[in-house]
Design a protein around this ligand. Structure first.
Ligand SMILES: N[C@@H](CCC(=O)N[C@@H](CS)C(=O)NCC(=O)O)C(=O)O
Length: 210
């Protein structure tokens, strides 16, 4: 059984969807970030960085418990453990990792910076504008990728798509009602991915709050 420490953000949803896609048994341990649960000593013993998400697999390698933190590390662990959503070909595996990195280290942090800056009691207009244009820069590239292939790693849906999907559906709301309208290929891909039963279940387990 896997304990999943989650909260309703895009990162939390990535792990919820991945757990549902793999079918591995898990228990959601809601992490109340509004009350600072991610800074508690109990949680820091699981994730020393003090960020959500994290898992503890009580049936880890060798039958021993294994703690895993960092969204991408968790999703790769779940994919490898279950044998699901990891592309077979080496080229496709490289593509899945490459596009996951674009989402995890470029697009996601640009969305987060824009959101966090808006909450500061200071004039952050120029900094917010900078991060918004960065968000659009990566959305343009992702749109081109999804014009060239139905999924990020090519013909098949993979864990890389799980990294992007909640960023589009949850963080994407920060761009306003028509913010994603220029990205027709992303929107078509989003609609295809949203039809997957495991994606619907993952979204229901941990609805995206903001
Ligand atoms: N690199 C981390 C980032 C996770 C992250 O930023 N989580 C946010 C919530 S979505 C968080 O825990 N923020 C609280 C904090 O930074 O103290 C990952 O991909 O798991």
């Amino acid at each position: 059984m896997i304990d999943f420490f989650g909260f309703g953000t895009a990162n939390g949803q990535k792990v919820a969807i991945m757990l549902e896609e793999t079918g591995l048994p898990y228990t959601l341990k809601p992490l109340d970030m509004m009350k600072g649960a991610h800074k508690s000593p109990e949680y820091l013993a699981v994730n020393p960085v003090g960020k959500m998400p994290a898992i503890v697999d009580h049936d880890g390698p060798g039958g021993k418990p294994l703690k895993v933190f960092e969204t991408l590390a968790i999703c790769l662990y779940l994919g490898e453990k279950s044998g699901k959503l990891i592309p077979v070909g080496l080229a496709e595996r490289a593509l899945a990792y490459e596009w996951s990195c674009v989402v995890l280290s470029d697009l996601g942090p640009a969305f987060s910076a824009q959101f966090n800056l808006k909450n500061l009691k200071a004039d952050t207009t120029a900094a917010v504008d900078y991060y918004v244009q960065l968000v659009h820069r990566f959305l343009r590239v992702l749109d081109e990728r999804l014009a060239a292939a139905p999924y990020l790693a090519g013909a098949e849906y993979s864990y890389a798509d799980v990294q992007l999907y909640p960023v589009i559906t949850v963080s994407g709301k920060r761009l306003g009602e028509n913010g994603l309208a220029p990205y027709k290929h992303i929107l078509g891909w989003r609609d295809r991915v949203s039809q997957r039963p495991a994606v619907k279940r993952g979204e229901a387990v941990l609805p995206g709050l903001f």
